[in-house]
Design a protein around this ligand. Structure first.
Ligand SMILES: Cc1cc2nc3c(=O)[nH]c(=O)nc-3n(C[C@H](O)[C@H](O)[C@H](O)COP(=O)(O)O)c2cc1C
Length: 393
């Protein structure tokens, strides 16, 4: 380990050597599996207020580029009905550039509602820069690209974006085929100023402090406070659906390609979700949503709530069986080398099938009713408790 000075010199050299190499100039070979892990791990060192992990990256492998190309051309046609065949082909071609292509997604709703979207985007930016620097250190070129297609409904559905999620940009990495001269960098004089003591204005400060005291007394404005816990519950359902979608695609993948690293990773992802987040979600409902409805006089609602609680017990017991199958996949159990046995596929199918009606009943009937009977203090207590049990506050 060198002295801090040496480290600083090394760090500056790395930072200054990073520059955009446009995706059309990024060619094979891209990062191998080990290099990819280094790049992805670099993101984890980003600052993340409240440890929300408000961002995620979706790798777009060669096999999925055509689907992305289609999304790009459909998005162009939606924006411009007069787009020529050449322009459509150009839009499609962009999906096939660079050996490593990832979409950056940020979640504005996940976790603590006090941490606003700007902080989440800053955290995502830091994670992205860490990855770009690691790619640079490994000798690769890299680029960020954006574009109107990021907001297209086709892209949202291809990547399974939840209600609170937005696509920020693409990250491309690959070997540099050719590059242009590095642009002239700004200097600190261009972007740094110093607050002068003479700028201090006690009157303005006092006014500002008062505004803060009113706007931010530690209790959110009523509208946000009222909406947030139920938005959090709906966001959980989106993640349940996404995990079930992964589970479904995992089975197709194992049937087509056997048990490879991609299958193992998908199995681990699904296990992590249903081991950790799903039980907390059931608790949220059983502690805060169901009791006020059971205390009411609507007997039909009582029946529905009891059925939903029964569903929870069934989901928990089915999960134990489904988890066994996924554990086998994650551990690369040899008996699963090519395909799942019918009984194993059936276990996974039964687990997935429990959610459709359950989620619809909650979102269409139970949540709106519970929300209408819970007083504001109840909503705030619910929100606080949900965050406390997740270790956010
Ligand atoms: C969020 C984001 C999106 C970007 N999207 C594009 C893009 O769509 N096309 C492009 O040519 N450059 C894009 N850029 C890259 C900038 O143009 C690039 O950083 C700039 O030219 C400076 O080059 P440098 O990174 O070598 O300093 C994007 C940069 C950021 C931060």
């Amino acid at each position: 380990m060198g002295s801090p000075n040496d480290q600083a010199i090394l760090a500056a050299a790395l930072l200054q050597s990073r520059r955009t190499i446009l995706p059309k100039r990024l060619v094979a070979p891209g990062p191998d599996a080990e290099q990819l892990q280094l790049i992805l791990n670099a993101a984890a060192s980003a600052p993340d207020h409240g440890q929300l992990l408000p961002w995620r990256f979706v790798v777009v492998p060669a096999t999925a580029r055509t689907a992305l190309a289609d999304v790009f051309s459909v998005a162009l046609r939606e924006r411009d009905a007069q787009a020529t065949p050449e322009q459509m082909a150009q839009a499609q071609e962009k999906a096939h550039r660079a050996p490593l292509l990832m979409l950056v997604v940020v979640d504005a709703l996940k976790g603590d509602p006090q941490i606003d979207v700007n902080e989440r985007i800053v955290s995502a930016g830091c994670a992205i820069q860490n990855m770009l620097l690691m790619a640079t250190a490994l000798g690769f070129g890299s680029a960020l690209t954006s574009g109107k297609a990021l907001k297209a409904s086709g892209l949202r559905s291809l990547f399974g974006l939840g209600a609170g999620e937005q696509a920020l940009c693409f990250v491309s990495v690959g070997s540099v085929q050719s590059s242009k001269v590095t642009r002239l960098r700004p200097t600190p004089d261009d972007y740094v100023s110093t607050l002068m003591a003479t700028q201090h204005n006690p009157g303005a400060q006092a006014a500002k402090a008062l505004t803060s005291a009113i706007a931010f007394p530690g209790h959110r404005a009523p509208a946000a406070g009222l909406e947030s816990p139920f938005e959090m519950l709906v966001a959980c359902h989106e993640r349940v659906n996404r995990s079930l979608d992964v589970l479904d695609r995992l089975q197709q993948h194992v049937a087509a390609k056997g048990l490879d690293e991609e299958a193992r990773q998908a199995a681990r992802d699904v296990m992590r979700y249903f081991d950790q987040a799903a039980p907390l979600h059931h608790q949220d409902e059983e502690l805060h949503v169901f009791p006020p409805l059971l205390a009411g006089s609507d007997t039909q609602m009582h029946d529905l709530v009891r059925k939903l609680m029964q569903d929870h017990r069934e989901m928990e017991s089915c999960w134990t069986a489904a988890r066994e199958v996924l554990r086998g996949i994650a551990d690369g159990h040899p008996s699963l080398a090519m395909e799942l046995a019918p009984v194993q596929a059936d276990v996974l199918h039964r687990f997935s099938a429990l959610y459709g009606q359950h989620i619809a009943d909650e979102e269409d009937t139970v949540y709106p009713q519970a929300r209408s009977v819970l007083p504001e203090e109840g909503l705030q207590a619910m929100s606080q408790d949900m965050m406390r049990r997740r270790g956010v506050v």
